[in-house]
Design a protein around this ligand. Structure first.
Ligand SMILES: *Cc1c(COP(=O)(O)O)cnc(C)c1O
Length: 379
C-alpha cells in the first residue's frame, strides 16, 4: 500500500466534513429546499471576498470564470493590458485574443512580480486601455503580484477595469476586493476553497456592471447579467451544481469558524516554514519577486531533473506535488500549502523532498529541513 498525500496547487484535499456534507441526497435547484442553500453560499462568498458586490457562482472550472470576465465586459477590438508572467498570465492573453480584443502585454520574466510602475507607465501612455488583467498568485511560477498597489494604480485611470485571477490566491492571501478597487475577481472551487473541481466564482463591481451594459460580445452560457438576475432570486441561470454548493457552505462554515485573519496567518506560516526549510537543505526558491503563500516553487539542484523529483515523490512516497510547466519544466517542482493544509502537510512535504533528493544522489543530511520546519511550526 502507498498512502497518498495530495500537495498539489489544485485540486487540493477536501476535508471530511465537506465530503460528508456532499453525501446528502440531491435536492432540486428550483425548489424551496435549495434557495436558502444558495442564499447562504452567496453571503459566505461575499464574506470571503471582502465585498459588498455580488459574487456569481458558475458551473465550470476557474477558466470558465476567466472567459466570462472577458466576454461580458468588453467589445471586439478593445485594447486591454495583460500582465503575463507565467502560464496563467498567458491564458488571459489567449482568452482575450480568442474574443478579438487587442492585447498589449507586459511580459514579466518568469519568477518575478510585475513592477507596478511599469503598469502605471503603460496606462499613462495609453488612455485607451479598457482593462488590466493579472494573476494574484501566478501558480506556474509561485509568484505573488502586488494586487493592492496595482488596484490603486488602475483606479486612477477612469473607466479602466481591474480584473484579477485569484483562483489560486483566494483563501491564501488577503485580497480586499472593494477596498483595493478590484472590479472583477475570479476564484475556483478546487484550490483554497477546499472543494472538488467544478465551480468558479466571480465578483463584479458596480463599475464593471455599468461597463457590461455596453458589451456586445457573443455569449450564451456565461451570461453574467442573467446570472446576476438569477442570483438575486437565489438561483443560477442553468441547473445549479447543488452538491458542490452544499459542500461550499460547509467549507465556508469551517473558514468562518477559523476567522479570515487566522486563515491568512495559517497560510503565511505554512508558506514561510516551507521556504525556510527548503533553503536549509540548500535549495533555492524559484521566485525572485514576492512569493505566493499558496504554492512554493523550488529550483532543483544542478544535475537533478525537477520532473524526476516530482515523479519520485509520487511513485516512491505517495506525495502528489507538481512539476514545472513550459519553460520551467525540469528546472523546478512545486509544493502547495493551500486550503485544507496544516503543519504536518509541510513536514510531510519537506521529509519527502529530503528523502527523494538523497535517493537521487544530492548531499542532504536527512532531517535538516524538517527540523527547521518543526521549529517554526511548534505551538
Ligand atoms: C488553477 C488555476 C486556474 C484555472 O484552472 P482551471 O483548471 O480552469 O480550474 C487559473 N488561474 C490560476 C492562477 C490557477 O492556479
Amino acid at each position: 500500500m502507498l498512502k497518498r498525500y495530495l500537495l498539489a496547487p489544485g485540486p487540493t484535499p477536501v476535508p471530511s466534513e465537506v465530503l460528508l456534507s456532499m453525501a446528502a441526497p440531491i435536492i432540486h435547484h428550483r425548489s424551496p429546499d435549495f434557495l436558502p442553500v444558495l442564499d447562504s453560499a452567496k453571503k459566505g462568498l461575499q464574506w470571503l471576498y471582502q465585498t459588498k458586490n455580488e459574487v456569481l457562482i458558475l458551473s465550470s472550472t476557474g477558466t470558465g470564470g476567466m472567459v466570462g470576465s472577458v466576454n461580458n465586459f468588453f467589445n471586439k477590438g478593445d485594447k486591454v493590458l495583460v500582465i503575463n508572467g507565467g502560464k496563467f498570465g498567458e491564458r488571459w492573453t489567449k482568452i482575450c485574443q480568442a474574443y478579438g480584443l487587442a492585447v498589449e502585454e507586459i511580459i514579466v520574466e518568469w519568477g518575478y512580480s510585475v513592477r507596478p510602475e511599469d503598469v502605471e507607465e503603460k496606462l499613462k501612455k495609453d488612455k485607451g486601455i479598457k482593462g488590466v488583467f493579472v494573476q494574484a498568485s501566478e501558480t506556474s511560477t509561485g509568484v505573488y503580484h502586488d494586487i493592492k498597489n496595482l488596484g490603486s494604480i488602475v483606479k486612477k485611470h477612469g473607466d479602466t477595469l481591474f480584473i484579477v485571477d485569484a483562483i489560486s490566491a483566494l483563501v491564501a492571501h488577503d485580497l480586499k476586493t472593494d477596498e483595493w478597487g478590484i472590479d472583477i475577481m475570479v476564484g475556483g472551487s478546487q484550490k483554497g476553497v477546499m472543494l472538488p473541481p467544478g465551480i468558479a466564482f466571480v465578483s463584479v463591481s458596480e463599475k464593471a456592471w455599468a461597463k457590461a451594459e455596453t458589451s456586445k460580445m457573443p455569449r450564451f452560457y456565461f451570461n453574467f447579467r442573467k446570472e446576476r438576475e438569477n442570483l438575486a432570486k437565489n438561483q443560477t441561470n442553468f441547473t445549479s451544481p447543488v452538491t458542490l454548493i452544499i459542500g461550499l457552505n460547509e467549507s465556508l462554515r469551517m473558514l468562518q469558524a477559523e476567522g479570515l485573519e487566522n486563515v491568512f496567518r495559517r497560510h503565511e506560516m505554512l508558506a514561510d516554514a516551507t521556504r525556510k526549510a527548503v533553503r536549509a537543505i540548500g535549495l533555492e526558491l524559484y521566485p525572485k519577486g514576492s512569493p505566493s503563500n499558496s504554492v512554493t516553487a523550488i529550483m532543483t539542484p544542478p544535475g537533478i531533473d525537477g520532473q524526476a523529483v516530482y515523479k519520485n515523490l509520487r511513485e516512491k512516497y505517495g506525495i502528489t506535488a507538481a512539476g514545472g510547466q513550459d519553460k520551467a519544466k525540469g528546472k523546478i517542482f512545486r509544493i502547495a500549502h493551500l486550503g485544507y493544509s496544516d503543519r504536518f502537510d509541510v513536514i510531510i512535504a519537506i521529509a519527502g523532498i529530503e528523502m527523494v533528493l538523497k535517493g537521487m544522489g544530492y548531499p542532504v543530511k536527512l532531517g535538516t529541513g524538517v527540523a527547521v520546519a518543526q521549529e517554526l511550526l511548534m505551538v
